[in-house]
Design a protein around this ligand. Structure first.
Ligand SMILES: [Zn+2]
Length: 193
């Protein structure tokens, strides 16, 4: 059995001071770095995902509904798209970053790809090439991109664990609903550690 850690979207715009901030985002970045520094030996691979928008159409709106449309965020070429500096300890162990959403909304890290020797490889294929059968998922935000990534991991047949203390959600109600949905899909939800 081989396990990977997927660190979802710990970018400036999703943390305090960003354009679409999640309360507790900076603290989550710190905790993820601590977790990876302490436990990287238990993972065959550590990967990151990043919301990476060029022109995502109506995913961005000047009058966002915060369900299907959002303020401008994670625009390529801006500070907002970068990983938080507090994530640096984790990034030392990150082997690949899967970027998603260039020209569309993309919540799941499994919609992302990374360049390997001149070709774009999706997250599922990348994990499969490394015989990964289990994943731990953490990051931002529990009720959106973390949720979508964990659900897709289950659809890919991966044993999936959500490290709850290493996540933060946008809103309490949608976070509770997301946790229920993940549990029902077979995601194991545990505190980190
Ligand atoms: Zn986005």
């Amino acid at each position: 059995m081989s396990r990977a850690l997927i660190v979802v979207d710990v970018q400036h715009d999703f943390c305090e001071g960003g354009s679409l901030p999640v309360t507790g985002g900076v603290e989550v970045a710190r905790r993820i770095s601590g977790h990876v520094e302490q436990h990287h030996d238990r993972y065959a691979a550590v990967v990151g995902t990043a919301d990476w928008h060029v022109d995502p159409g109506d995913h961005w709106s000047s009058e966002p509904d915060f369900v299907d449309s959002w303020p401008v965020h994670c625009e390529v070429g801006t500070e907002g798209v970068r990983f938080r500096p507090e994530l640096a300890g984790a990034l030392e162990h990150v082997q690949a970053v899967f970027r998603k959403g260039g020209h569309e909304a993309a919540y799941s890290g499994f919609e992302g790809s990374t360049e390997v020797e001149g070709r774009e490889v999706g997250l599922a294929a990348w994990l499969s090439e490394r015989q990964v059968t289990e994943v731990d998922v953490c990051g931002l935000a529990t009720d959106h991109c973390v949720r979508a990534t964990a659900l897709d991991a289950r659809r890919e047949g991966l044993a999936t664990t959500l490290l709850l203390d290493l996540c933060a959600g946008v809103a309490p109600e949608s976070t509770e609903a997301a946790l229920t949905q993940m549990r029902e899909a077979g995601v194991e939800i545990v505190p980190a550690g």
